[in-house]
Ligand binder design. Structure first.
Ligand code: NAX
Length: 328
């Protein structure tokens, strides 16, 4: 049998945590033959720690065969000790009267501390996924705060946007999601992201040609995917949780276990591809193999796509500018 992998999840008592932990312990993320040890991080607040104890009681009550251990933490220095994976879900939500700038700063502080802790105590091969918003910029800050770890180990979650786009397109062309290949999303996890089905195929046929409707793309598809988070809050009274947890599972599973040549989307530090400045935490089409991702190269970027990519890049550059004094 395999030796256990250590997985840390922050924000473990939150709503995404509640939809995520059971699936990790069940083997959905790293495989049905891979034991896991959960190292759960929450804020020191008494209520949060108590809620975390409750979640852990329920996890124990599942008697998961793959769960080889579980601990609760309020300090990232112990939560991240020797970990193979970090799913950084906990973040500071926007409170009443809080400006975007305050939100960026509060989160920059959290992700500076957590980046330093990863640098100090995590395995050198640790794979980090940032879910907590603003996800791309938080991932960028964690990466910059961990100079001793390879930058490529830090990623941000664009997979929920990717899956949302996939589901919309599959419905539009009357196919199942498994029949659609080569979907991707460029840029920031925010309404500015650019979901792009120009390269998508089904049964070898072009999805773009099947849809053949640029107005639908611009006026229906892109706004539907971009504003999906808000639509869910409006309908459910709570933000996306199970779908976000599912996307996190998909992201880490594909990164760790490979996509067999299929495309997916990950927020990763740019290597300069497609004119995106090096280091920018940006959603790209990737394939993965042997625990490494690779950007799909050589895609044609038409004028409309370039405009959309520039827009989401501009937003990310502004976020980055806003936290510059904290990261150096
Ligand atoms: P909740 O408020 O339910 O849970 C967040 C939990 O994180 C809380 O229990 C809180 O105590 C904890 N926390 C806060 N700061 C922490 C810190 N410094 N260390 C450890 N734990 C900390 O939020 P939830 O609905 O679970 O969402 C979590 C985050 O995911 C939010 O930032 C949210 O905006 C973001 N999302 C990101 C998505 C993406 O696609 N990238 C989609 C879904 C989601 O909106």
């Amino acid at each position: 049998t395999k030796s256990p992998m250590r997985v840390s999840v922050s924000g473990a008592a939150g709503q995404i945590g509640y939809a995520l932990l059971f699936r990790i312990a069940n083997g959905d993320m790293l495989g049905k033959d891979q034991p896991v040890i959960l190292q759960l991080l929450e804020i020191a607040d008494e209520k949060a720690q108590k809620a975390l104890q409750g979640v852990m009681m329920e996890i124990n009550d599942c008697a998961f065969p793959l769960l080889a251990g579980m601990t609760a933490h309020s300090d990232p220095m112990t939560a991240f000790k020797d970990i193979d994976f970090a799913l950084l879900v906990g973040a500071r939500p926007r409170g009443p009267g809080m400006e975007r700038k305050d939100l960026l700063e509060a989160n920059a502080q959290i992700f500076t501390v957590q980046g330093k802790a990863l640098d100090a105590v995590a395995k050198r091969t640790v794979k980090v996924l940032v879910v907590g918003n603003p996800a791309n910029t938080n991932a960028y800050i964690a990466m910059k705060s961990a100079p001793g770890l390879p930058s490529k180990n830090f990623t941000a979650m664009l997979r929920l946007d990717h899956n949302r786009a996939l589901s919309q397109v599959a419905a539009k062309v009357n196919k199942s999601v498994t029949e659609i290949e080569k979907m991707c999303v460029w840029g920031n996890h925010s309404p500015t992201m650019y979901a792009d089905y120009r390269f998508a195929t089904t049964d070898g046929k072009s999805v773009k040609e099947m849809i053949n409707d640029d107005v639908w793309n611009k006026d229906v598809f892109l706004p539907t995917v971009g504003k999906r988070g808000a639509a869910i809050i409006e309908a459910r009274g709570l933000s996306s949780a199970a779908s976000a947890a599912n996307a996190a599972i998909d992201h880490v599973r594909d990164w760790a276990l490979g996509t067999n040549g299929k495309w997916t989307t990950m927020g990763i530090p740019s290597d300069g591809s497609y004119g995106i400045p090096e280091g920018t935490m940006f959603g790209f089409p990737v394939t993965t193999a042997n625990g490494e991702y690779q950007i799909v190269q050589g895609l044609a970027i038409d004028a409309f796509s370039q405009e959309r990519i520039n827009l989401t890049l501009k937003e990310l550059s502004e976020e980055r500018e806003g936290v510059k004094h904290l990261v150096g």
